[in-house]
Write a protein that binds this ligand. Sequence first.
Ligand code: NDP
Length: 246
Amino acid sequence: MSKHPERVAMVTGASRGIGRTIALKLANDGFAVVVNYAGSAECAASVVAEIEAAGGQARALQADISDAGAVEQLFATTMAAFGRLDVVVNNAGIMKMAPITSDNLDVLDQTLAINLRGSWLVMAKAAEVLAQGGRIIALSSSVLAKSFPGYGAYIASKAGVEGLVKVLANELRGREITVNAVAPGPVATELFFEGKSEEQVAHIAAMAPLERLGQPEEIAGTVAFLAGPDGGWVNAQILRVNGGFA
Ligand code: NDP
């Protein structure tokens, strides 16, 4: 195993759900992968073990992406371990339901801290350290178009992410670095199922013309396209991957 692999990707929130599947897919595409997580050390270790068992390279690194010092350390450790960074996927995120009321400010603050401030911190460090030809990919959400009650904090945070993506693409002019977002529709993960009844899940699943939930692999495939050679001319875009849930 060479100390410095040819291509290195970081995936935040890669211990579970969509991020886990993105990490496995990018490893399969030949990237050494940094598997970031917040609290699920065992899950992150199992992602690393799965990548290594398939002959790839990976390293689990804990960091709360809303913490500037932790993000600084995450990137410093990545560069020390792998010597370069080519792709950063900011996937980590939370979704908490709360109507827009004065006493739900804590939900707004926590959601903005992780989803928006976290995106800012991760994308800013990515912009600093990415190699020429690098790719930055953020996760937004197709639920922006729905404006469902209770989604205020989440939608505000993801609308902010979409704004950051387009501005950063302009700020990186001349560096050959693309900045895009993938905005999934409802995908079968813990984040989506939590707090929903079977009826609610079935109702939401039936909304898209394809009449089903997405699978993490379908989001990972789009991220891998943006991270790979075929995605090189796609820049400053929000790719809505949602079965037509628009
Ligand atoms: P999950 O809840 O299944 O997984 C979330 C991941 O994010 C976990 O690995 C978790 O780590 C990590 N995480 C949470 N908070 C932090 C933090 N502060 N710092 C670092 N890591 C953190 O979510 P999904 O896989 O469903 O979602 C992934 C992304 O996709 C999110 O940005 C979400 O908003 C977006 N998305 C999801 C949709 C869906 O329907 N599932 C639809 C549209 C968008 P740990 O395990 O350590 O807690």
